[in-house]
Design a protein around this ligand. Structure first.
Ligand SMILES: [Zn+2]
Length: 329
């Protein structure tokens, strides 16, 4: 298997790892630390294919995985977090993530976790038929093995927005980037004007914005506000969680905002008649939504994020009939 890695200055290596989804790859970043050791950012989903790519990259770049000295997470989604515990166990390195991100992983994959059941209830409340909910629940459960083993509590070190983190001998400012994932952090290096932006700003696709049980209930509103804050940073090169690095950070933020404004307007037009979230999802995403349970969950939760934003801003309201919620202008 060909190793896919791009070497940047500052000892920064960008590694493209495979994903078994429509979204085919995820980026990991490795800093060679001047004092020795390596910092691994977002080590990828735990699959045989990912581990094979890591093996090739380690060989090509003479990296000894036992010398990984820190594992750092931009955010807690499985495609980024999955191998954190594996590499922590292999190297003894701590896993650095925000407290909020850690709360999410315990809620979704911890002992006695309740998030999958809560998501099923939420989707039923918004009119999704039970057979789709069952498919989505079992797909969600299938991720457990792709994030195992998880880091132990004593391997976790909390990092938070407002702090700085030294990576590759430079100081990186940690920025709060909610909406796609609460507790997500972007890393900004003010001298080079580089931004490691997780999934908050992506080229080619818009980040999924989902309503998630147990998290704040207006993720789209929080995401758009976060984009406004991020657009104040001068960025010469952005290193995203997916696809190539890019130099058009502010322009990309404007495009992503425009996409959501349009989608909000489209949904608002549909809601001249009362519709459930499931019905709005079908009309917005069509057959694409049902390509896989994974896609269906993203489409449904993203639809709800838009509907909740319309509701929060007073443009639509909800009524409940026979235990199902309908939205109307
Ligand atoms: Zn991602």
């Amino acid at each position: 298997m060909a190793a896919q890695a791009v070497q940047w200055e500052h000892g920064l290596l960008q590694v493209r790892l495979p994903l078994p989804f429509a979204l085919k790859t995820v980026n990991s970043y490795v800093f060679t630390e001047p004092a020795g050791g390596y910092t691994l950012i977002d080590p990828g989903l735990r699959t045989e294919e990912t581990l094979a790519v890591w093996e090739a990259v380690f060989a090509d770049h003479s990296i000894v995985p036992e010398q990984i000295s820190r594992i750092v997470l931009t955010h807690q989604h499985p495609d980024h977090y999955g191998l954190a515990g594996y590499f922590a166990e292999l190297s003894g390195a701590p896993v650095l993530m925000s407290r909020r991100a850690h709360r999410y992983v315990r809620h979704l994959w911890g002992e006695g976790s309740t998030m999958t059941g809560e998501l099923a209830e939420l989707f039923a409340l918004h009119g999704m038929p039970q057979h789709y909910i069952d498919e989505i629940s079992s797909n969600l459960s299938s991720f457990q093995e792709k994030v195992s083993p998880q880091p132990q509590q004593d391997q976790i070190r909390y990092i938070e927005a407002g702090e700085t983190l030294e990576l590759g001998g430079s100081q990186w400012e940690l920025l709060d980037a909610p909406g796609h994932a609460y507790g997500q952090l972007c890393f900004y290096e003010a001298n080079k004007k580089w931004m490691i932006c997780g999934d908050q700003v992506l080229p080619r696709i818009t980040p999924n914005i989902s309503v998630v049980p147990g998290e704040e209930m207006n993720p789209l509103g929080d995401f758009l506000a976060s984009l406004d804050r991020l657009s104040e940073y001068e960025v010469k090169r952005a290193f995203p969680g997916h696809y190539d690095s890019f130099t058009t950070f502010a322009g990309r933020i404007a495009e992503i905002k425009q996409h959501h404004v349009q989608r909000l307007e489209q949904m608002l037009l549909m809601l001249e008649e009362p519709l459930t979230g499931f019905e709005v999802c079908g009309r917005s995403f069509g057959a694409r939504a049902q390509q896989s349970p994974h896609q269906h969950r993203f489409a449904m939760a993203e639809t709800l994020a838009h509907l909740y934003e319309l509701e929060q801003s007073g443009r639509i309201s909800r009524t409940e009939r026979a235990g199902v919620i309908y939205f109307l202008r």
